[in-house]
Design a binder for this molecule. Structure first.
Ligand SMILES: [Zn+2]
Length: 250
């Protein structure tokens, strides 16, 4: 027996399946990450065809069988909030990278409303935000907060001196944060400016939308730190393919 469920979903990626169908990996608001089978979706006249484009937001109706790995899509009403044909390649790549990060940090059938809200805000703002990198870091910061792995940037873990306006060193595996005087051993350095930006993103909390701009040096520092945090804390995480294309993070 299957039940019919409705939910709100983001299409994280989709691919062809069999002769005429498609599978969409989607993050839903209430039921976590799902794999949806859309029969006949490869036919251009099928309503599923345009609906399953990567990055679409959609209202979906599907037949749910909890013990099954694939759920059967019944209806989709979708809209694309971001025009990926707009010509700004960096923005398009960061948009794609945000979807990849979501896909690699969520587990199927585990509902996490905060993660859904984070990607919905990200998609809603990517077309118009001032600096898409700041928005991307806000998304990662929110996910790291939800997972409880974002280090506390307020004070040095050893001498307890306040770190506002100071450079620091962070060990991405233990989360230890030390001031420049106490730091030793391998850790990632974060300048005062990068620390301020990351602290601001963190303080924005669940409503954080990532406003403002970030220069190349801070982008590299924050990008490297968040990437290393994710590598240590999310099984199977790797650098989004879309970021390799623009080499923004090393
Ligand atoms: Zn210290």
């Amino acid at each position: 027996m299957s039940e019919i469920l409705k939910d709100r979903a983001v299409i994280l990626r989709s691919f062809d399946f069999g002769e005429s169908s498609m599978i969409a990996v989607s993050l839903t608001r209430e039921h976590g990450k799902l794999r949806l089978l859309a029969k006949g979706a490869r036919n251009g006249r099928s309503p599923f065809h345009a609906g399953l484009r990567t990055g679409n937001m959609a209202e979906i109706v599907y037949y749910n069988k909890p013990q099954r790995g694939l759920q059967l899509l019944k209806e989709i009403d979708s809209r694309s909030l971001f025009d990926t044909g707009a010509g700004d390649m960096e923005r398009v790549c960061i948009f794609q990278a945000g979807l990849e990060v979501m896909d690699r940090t969520t587990i199927e059938h585990e509902s996490e409303r905060g993660a859904f809200d984070a990607i919905e805000d990200f998609i809603g703002a990517i077309g118009s935000c001032e600096d898409p990198w700041v928005l991307f870091f806000a998304l990662q910061t929110r996910l790291a907060c939800i997972a409880g792995v974002l280090p506390d940037l307020e004070e040095c873990g050893m001498c307890k001196k306040a770190l506002a306006g100071k450079g620091m060193n962070i060990d991405p595996s233990s989360g230890a944060v030390l001031c420049e005087e106490c730091a030793r051993g391998p850790a990632l350095a974060l300048s005062a400016g990068s620390g301020d930006l990351l602290r601001a993103l963190r303080e924005d909390g669940p409503a954080g939308r990532g406003t403002g701009v970030c220069d190349g040096a801070r982008r590299r520092e924050i990008g490297r730190l968040l990437h290393n945090l994710f590598l240590h804390h999310f099984d199977g995480y790797r650098l989004p393919n879309a970021l390799k294309m623009i080499k923004g993070v090393d």
